[in-house]
Design a protein. Structure first.
Length: 444
């Protein structure tokens, strides 16, 4: 029995807290333990295989404000230059900062990490000790880049399946269970360059825009009459940027939050305008961004990736609430933008994988999208199906109402189980690999 979980995005707390509570993690792992018992793992089925596969984006080293500032007792004690960020001119200080971020993630989420690593597996009810397998995603890409971080991951999760200095694999496969899995960002051109070691533009957007924006807003709000509590509320709203669904509603979310914030102080709108413009100006000046646009701006493509990023930069640099509605309309009407967010590149990727590396497997698993999905790809013969399963996420999301009058939120939780032949299900012996996907939603 193999259990797949992805996209926990455990964070260091500087860019907000966006994940489920400890008790939810504990309850779900106890339920998984019961399912392992019912399958006869370690008992009557003679199956000795019990694995927990953490399929990427477990530790989020991108969504943190520590790449820009360090705080102590709520006060800024250090400012990090762009050269020391992973997309600047990576140095020893970059590695040191990454290790500090990881250590703070572990400190902030110690109880959750104890649960997902099955440190106290007997208390959770598992019949045997699960083997934990870690596959990095794009937000924890740095965990594979530095040996110091690999050691930290190994120690925090109690991994015993790696030799010293060995990198974590980007792929998990098990023929007995008929399963082939990867994080899935390989089919997201904004978050994968073709090399697991290279920084993708998605990291820079998530950090230099999404994580930096609340810092800039905080700086500008300090000049208003707002109380510190109201300033914190406004900044926290903007920290939820990448949890908006659908992604096409991100611009609506920004507009909604700015309009909503003006109830605190009439000057807030102008201060937020200045924050957006500042972030946009700083983003376009980054050497990484200049170089990336040059390399990806294709003359024969009327709306390529570089054009999408340039459109985003233009919106930021000219951001003004008084003229924002026409920009919003332009964004919504662009068929290229709609296609960017609605085309299922991962389904296309699944077809490619089944035609190549995963051709001998029954189940292909990705995470990354935060959207659980089950899709039939091929029927090889009457005894062999090939299915694509997406493992979803364990995170909250903010959903735009169909009337576009606002947003609401709830927590999401998905895990996938693959059973092997010889194990039991519903009292019957399994003849060929079988899957289960359990998905839940809980209102905050």
């Amino acid at each position: 029995m193999i259990v797949f979980i992805s996209d926990l995005h455990l964070m260091d707390g500087t860019a907000g807290k966006h994940y489920l509570g400890v008790e939810t993690f504990r309850d779900i792992f106890k339920e998984i333990a019961i399912q392992a018992q019912d399958a006869g793992v370690g008992g009557s089925s003679n199956s000795k295989v019990l694995k927990i596969v953490l399929l990427g984006d477990i530790f989020d080293l991108v969504r943190t404000e520590t790449w820009f500032i360090k705080k102590q007792d709520g006060k800024i004690v250090d400012t990090i230059t762009v050269e020391d960020r992973p997309w600047g001119n990576p140095s020893d200080k970059t590695e040191k900062l990454a290790c500090e971020i990881f250590d703070n993630i572990v400190k902030e989420n110690s109880e959750i990490i104890d649960i997902i690593s099955c440190k106290n597996w007997k208390d959770l009810g598992f019949p045997i000790k699960p083997e934990v397998v870690y596959i990095p995603g794009n937000h924890d890409r740095l965990c594979n880049l530095y040996a110091s971080l690999r050691d930290r991951v190994t120690n925090s999760l109690g991994l015993d399946n790696l030799s010293k200095n060995e990198k974590f694999s980007s792929i998990f496969k098990d023929k007995q269970h008929g399963v082939f899995a990867r994080h899935g960002h390989e089919y997201d051109s904004f978050n994968f360059t073709g090399s697991y070691d290279e920084t993708p533009i998605g990291d820079v957007i998530a950090a230099e825009i999404a994580s930096k924006l609340p810092i800039s807003i905080q700086k500008h709000l300090n000049g208003t009459q707002l109380s510190s509590e109201n300033q914190q509320v406004i900044c926290d709203h903007f920290r939820n940027l990448f949890d908006i669904r659908p992604l096409t509603a991100i611009i609506h979310w920004l507009f909604y939050q700015v309009e909503h914030s003006t109830k605190y102080d009439k000057d807030v709108k102008e201060k937020i305008n200045l924050a957006f413009q500042e972030v946009g100006e700083e983003f376009v000046k980054l050497d990484f961004v200049k170089r990336w646009i040059r390399q990806n701006d294709l003359l024969w493509n009327p709306m390529d990736q570089a054009d999408i990023v340039q459109m985003l930069i233009s919106i930021l640099r000219t951001f003004n609430m008084n003229s924002f509605k026409w920009q919003l309309s332009l964004w919504e009407k662009s068929k290229y933008v709609r296609n960017l967010f609605t085309t299922d590149h991962y389904l296309d990727g699944a077809v490619k994988d089944f035609n190549n590396e995963a051709k001998d497997y029954q189940y292909l698993l990705y995470g990354h999208t935060h959207q659980p999905l089950q899709k039939a790809i091929n029927i090889i013969d009457k005894d062999k199906e090939q299915l694509y399963l997406n493992t979803g996420t364990w995170r909250p999301a903010y959903y735009q109402t169909t009337s576009k009058t606002g947003f609401t939120s709830w927590n999401n939780l998905t895990y996938t189980i693959i059973y092997q032949p010889g194990e039991f299900h519903a009292g019957k012996t399994i003849i060929k690999p079988r899957f289960e996907v359990w998905t839940g939603a809980m209102k905050n």
